[in-house]
Ligand binder design. Structure first.
Ligand code: B1M
Length: 220
């Protein structure tokens, strides 16, 4: 298969949630010398965007979203070490989690991979993370940044609940708070009192580095 055929097949097979074939095509792409980023940004992510569009139109239902998500996660497992393997030095600790009530994790996992690739030590608390769990983990790990991901308009209010919990525990000034996820905007991040927002994984890395740098300079 040519690189274009591989990308087209990756897109099509992710769309229908054919996990074994997506895995096979991902490995095939790597064998032909294709970059992980090309497969990610030119096939896998656009395919999930189409899944979302079909769900909105009522052409797809939750099971279709689920199997497409699983197929994408399988490909990410293969790509993860390659995306993360830059040999960069540790630039800070990033504690990450998807907020309570929300099970979406593909976007969060992708941000984690990019952070690791940029030299962050990432501690991932998983999905449906309650405010108390974030608080306990911050006390235990003392991260530079805590990241809250939310992918539903109905779970975005958990950002504020988490920030309130940090304030109550006396931790708000000790950690940088970043938020993100498909429906989140800079305006929403500002409204809930987050320190930073990013629209995608590479922007998240850039913003986290900027915020850490700013804080370290201010501390001197
Ligand atoms: Co759901 N889902 N889903 N879903 N799902 C969306 C998010 C939706 C937009 C689909 C749609 O209607 N178009 C919609 C939300 C609408 C809204 O609220 N505005 C939706 C819905 C409605 C639902 C359910 C409510 C459906 C139902 O049950 N009726 C349900 C909710 C379950 C729950 O959480 N309680 C549900 C369930 C699911 C599945 C479990 C089936 C599955 C999740 C599988 C998984 O994650 N393991 C699923 C999927 C796959 C999707 C879509 C199709 C794909 C999501 C995805 O992985 N995108 C999604 C449609 C879409 O997004 N177009 C949809 C690819 C990923 C790389 O992008 O997630 O945006 P993204 O992540 C980006 C950025 O957001 C950013 O960087 C990432 C990488 O570039 N980012 C950050 C993320 N976190 C960040 C943190 C940061 C900074 C940046 O700093 C801390």
């Amino acid at each position: 298969m040519s690189p274009d055929e591989i990308l087209k097949a990756l897109y099509d097979e992710t769309l229908v949630g054919n996990a074994p074939r997506v895995l096979e095509l991902t490995n095939m792409g790597l064998d032909t010398g294709m970059s992980p980023e090309t497969m990610l940004f030119d096939a896998l992510i656009p395919s999930l965007e189409e899944v979302g569009a079909r769900f909105e139109r009522g052409d797809f239902f939750v099971p279709e979203m689920l199997i497409a998500g699983k197929a994408m996660s399988g490909a990410l497992d293969v790509l993860r070490p390659l995306l993360a393997d830059t040999g960069a030095e540790t630039v800070g600790t990033f504690l990450m989690g998807t907020v309570k009530g929300d099970v979406h994790d593909i976007g969060k996992n992708l941000v984690n991979i990019m952070l690791e690739g940029a030299g962050f030590h990432v501690i991932d608390l998983g999905v449906q993370v309650a405010p108390e769990k974030f608080v306990a983990a911050i006390e235990e790990h003392k991260p530079d940044v805590v990241g809250f991901s939310a992918f539903l308009t109905t779970t975005m209010p958990m950002f504020k609940a988490n920030i309130n919990a940090l304030e109550k525990a006396g931790l708000r000034d000790k950690v940088i708070v970043m938020v993100g996820g498909a429906p989140v905007t800079q305006e929403y991040a500002d409204a809930v009192g987050a320190d930073g927002y990013a629209a995608d994984a590479s922007a998240a890395v850039k913003r986290a580095k900027e915020l850490i740098h700013k804080r370290r300079v201010a501390a001197v």
